[in-house]
Design a protein around this ligand. Structure first.
Ligand SMILES: Cc1ncc(COP(=O)(O)O)c(C=O)c1O
Length: 443
């Protein structure tokens, strides 16, 4: 470190000089910057000037202070980076295995996209068109109006993951803490890390996110929280009315915290939506994507939010992707408002409920517990030890499941392991065969 030449007479110049040295590779992650007193003496400035420069670097996520250990340059994840979890479900399981790992909906339960496109009365769009399709926005507004009492603005993003990404980067700066469910949808954790934010894990129980755990995260300085109100991925748990009330009361004491509700299973969920955003929260978003009931290729989500957040979202969209294709928005609106939509969604909802319940019943019959009340496509099976060998043993028996460690927001060192099983296409007969294989793998 001593050979590195930091320059500057003001805090901003000193911070910029250190950033340049990091950019040039002369300062690397883990390197210590000089003690405040030494650098102040060397540059002939007041100690406070150097302290302000270091604080700015810490605030920007470029450095961290370890008390007496000094100030270090931080490792900021870049993409692609193997330490960053995948931002989507993995491609396909090994050939020859029954796929219980993909997190995909059952294609047979999705509406007919080609038919919707054929009957679409597509209206040509040119530069300057409004970013949001009126019909899609009307569906979103109607679907949210009953639960949302705050003034509601509608934005459109390329799916839920894109919404979370834009929301976090609109409101937070590098190094900020984001409270995430543990375990959580790994795309959310990936988004947090790719943006140089820090995840702070919040435990769940059978009623959803735990209020005491969220309180700890908020007291530790979390600037945002991402909650899955129902059909949590990977556990399947949904918030109970009591738990949602508790979280809402708690969040009322932290009005500066950005609250993101990722309601990804909305139209085919068997649980009601329980809102956790209190009226006092300044910035919030309710994200409703359609991947789970119109198909993952429908890269479109409606975001209901406070007006400032909507403005920030559109400011970020305009100079880049400009808008979400009106073709997509119009097809989504067509499918969501088609006369047979309620019937199709009801059919999908009851098929997923039946299949996940059959899986849990079969597992219970062989003594394997699935403690979370399930909604969605998946069931979560706690495993008493490292889940890797259980996944491998099931693969040898012909089944592909997801190792739960990929959903954890911290290293699995706390003795809580599990596997996620996607039951979206599981037949009742296969459920019994699979349950027997799980019992053997856990033996
Ligand atoms: C919690 C959660 N949110 C969102 C999504 C879907 O995101 P997107 O709309 O970007 O496909 C999923 C898909 O698995 C999910 O599990």
């Amino acid at each position: 470190m001593s050979g590195v030449r930091i320059t500057g007479a003001t805090a901003a110049e000193i911070a910029a000089s250190i950033r340049d040295l990091v950019g040039a590779g002369e300062l690397r992650p883990g390197d210590t910057v000089p003690p405040i007193r030494d650098l102040a003496q060397r540059l002939g400035v007041h100690r406070n000037t150097v302290a302000v420069a270091y604080r700015a670097l810490v605030g920007a996520g470029l450095a961290e202070t370890r008390g007496r250990g000094g100030t270090h340059i931080r490792e900021v994840p870049r993409f692609p980076d193997e330490t960053v979890p995948q931002t989507a479900e993995p491609e396909h399981p090994l050939p020859g295995l029954v796929d219980l790992s993909s997190g995909n909906p059952d294609p047979a339960l999705l509406p007919d996209l080609s038919a919707a496109i054929a009957r679409l009365d597509y209206r040509t769009q040119l530069y300057g068109s409004p970013a949001v399709d009126g019909r899609f926005a009307a569906w979103a507004r109607e679907s949210m109006a009953a639960a949302v009492t705050q003034p509601l603005s509608i934005s459109v993003t390329h799916g839920a993951v894109d919404a979370v990404d834009r929301l976090l980067t609109a409101h937070l700066t590098r190094g900020d803490l984001v409270a995430l469910e543990d375990p959580c949808f790994y795309a959310s954790e990936g988004t947090v890390r790719v943006n140089g934010l820090r995840a702070i894990p919040v435990d769940l129980d059978t009623s959803g996110m735990r209020a005491d755990a969220l309180r700890t995260a908020l007291n530790a300085g979390a600037r945002a929280v991402i909650v899955t109100p129902r059909a949590h991925n990977p556990t399947g748990v949904s918030l109970t009315a009591e738990r949602a009330d508790e979280l809402r009361v708690l969040l009322a004491g932290f009005p500066h915290v950005l609250v993101i509700e990722d309601d990804h299973f909305s139209a085919v969920s068997r649980r009601p939506y329980r809102r956790i955003t209190p009226p006092s929260t300044r910035h919030w978003a309710l994200v409703r994507s359609v991947a789970k009931f119109l198909g993952p290729d429908m890269r479109v989500a409606a975001v209901g939010s406070d007006p400032t957040t909507a403005e920030l979202l559109s400011t970020r969209l305009r100079p880049g992707a400009t808008w979400v294709s009106h073709l997509l928005q119009q097809v989504a609106a067509e499918l969501l408002t088609a006369p047979d939509a309620p019937v199709l969604f009801r059919r999908a909802r009851s098929a997923y409920a039946r299949r996940t319940d059959a899986l849990r019943d079969a597992l219970a019959a062989v003594g394997v517990e699935t403690p979370f009340p399930t909604d969605g496509l998946n069931a979560w099976i706690p495993v008493p030890r490292d889940s890797g060998p259980v996944v491998a043993s099931l693969a040898r028996a012909g089944w592909s499941v997801r190792d739960g460690s990929s959903f954890r927001t911290r290293a699995v060192a706390d003795g809580r392991h599990g596997i996620r099983v996607t039951a979206a296409r599981l037949t009742a007969r296969d459920a019994w065969t699979f349950a027997a294989a799980v019992a053997r793998a856990l033996d």
